[in-house]
Write a protein that binds this ligand. Sequence first.
Ligand code: SF4
Length: 469
Amino acid sequence: MSLGCPKNLVDSEVMMGLLTRAGAELSPRAEDADVIVVNTCSFIESAQQESVNTILEMVEHKTSGRAKKIVVAGCLVERFRDEIRRRIPEVDAVVGTGELQNILVAAGVANSATRKNDSPFVVLNSRAEGDAREAEGRFSREQWAGAIADLPNYLYDEETPRVLATAKHTAYLKIAEGCDHPCSFCIIPQLRGKFRSRRFESVIAEAERLARSCVREITLIGQDTTCYGEDLGLKDGLARLLEKLAGIEDLRWIRFLYAYPNKITGKLIETIAAHEKLCSYMDVPLQHASASVLKRMKRGGGADVFLRSIEKMRRAIPDLTLRTSFIVGFPGETEKEFEELCDFVREAQFDWMGTFSYSDQEGAGAYRLEKKISVSEIERRRKHLMAIQRQISRKRKKALVGREFELLLEGMSEETDLLMEGRTPMHAPEIDGKLFVNDFPAELTPQPGEFYRCEITEAHDYDLVARIV
Ligand code: SF4
């Protein structure tokens, strides 16, 4: 079971690759498994709760079913290592985000001697910014009972086996791991370690291998992809990487997620605009728009700066699809600051937007801040912001009716057997609204994983309907 974000999914794929190479057989059905591995998320409280519920559900398969072992992996282990084993004694082993190679011993498919040969996972790159933050205690996990002192410091490479869990035509590619930013609501740096990039050649080699195995769409991920290469001494690392990837013949769509606002350079924008294979798509989690809240979040920026940067991106990249996410209810967020955010959302006109409710995380800077907002007020603000965005989204989606786009057909819809689903360059895998396909020429048998031209025929709040032309 893999929970959480695409970065965690890639870790699951690496663990599946290691297990398969060691001779284990994989099963997607927990009831058929001898060993159940739950790769957990610990981003916010609701994700922690979902992880715990899933572990408890899997424990049932051990107490009354076939499973002999339960292994818990991922971010929850970094956060609650001892507590998991103490509170859920049925858990046989835990594997942190920096010890993926230990899955072999944990699952019982290799003996402990195997661990000695796994040094290639460890990387030693770092950025001056990360070193300085480390000295300030940004990565300290001392308050977390049971957390091991060593920060996660591994990164897979092109030699690492991976079993893709996505459809065969699309894959995530992790280009970096960890994060050096000081955002005061976030414990990901403590869970994932300091920022480190994969070698440039390693990313290209993996992309080429994926392209040879019929992958046509690649989504680059990392906690912050826009810092890519800084620890390797590369200038404009992400732009250079994208340029090189665009040269891989069999790849058709390439995009990257999670850009840090002040790391979007002119060169990056130019590069996206210059290559057809690079989707005109930017995911820039802004987190807030009020300068005072952003300051307390230790991020900087504000509505004016962001609007200028959005305008620059839209001017340079025709038809840019812009995605962002916000946190509402940050400690001390006044009604006025929240209104600033609402005004900004009205003005920025995002194509896709997500809103998270602030949740307190022990170990995050904001945990110590006063003036916490009540859960009910946070929920009111979240709903209000999403209602504003719903109207914007409806208007923007309506404007697409009658226009033609390239379509990657995914297959039959999960919601109904009468429709197919696909994505355009405006749709990143899994997160964005749906695109249903309800018509195609009589002489055509549409195939999942193939590209077609489509015309948008209907628009809803977030979803679109199209026909293949
Ligand atoms: S950029 Fe900020 S929010 Fe994102 S992972 Fe890093 S510290 Fe967390």
